[in-house]
Design a binder for this molecule. Structure first.
Ligand SMILES: [Zn+2]
Length: 75
């Protein structure tokens, strides 16, 4: 059984995952034309959520207020 690269048509060994000629990523199981959706959704790291920013901001503000309160007690 011989597989072929979808991009350049080069004959590929069945156990190869990347085409040695054009570098295209190959489907590990030849015969199926459907690409797995979970493997093609690589858009970098997820963006920082606003909830995380809000949590960090609130925790920082509370810490600063506690420090100010302690300094006012010590003064
Ligand atoms: Zn190729």
């Amino acid at each position: 059984m011989t597989a072929k690269c979808e991009r350049c048509g080069q004959t590929i060994l069945p156990d190869e995952t990347v085409c040695w000629q054009c570098g295209a990523r190959l489907i590990p199981t030849p015969g199926t034309t459907d690409t797995p959706a979970a493997d093609t959704d690589e858009s970098g790291p997820p963006p920082i959520s606003w909830a995380m920013l809000m949590y960090l901001g609130v925790s920082t503000a509370v810490t600063l207020l506690l420090l100010i309160w302690l300094m006012s007690l010590l003064a």
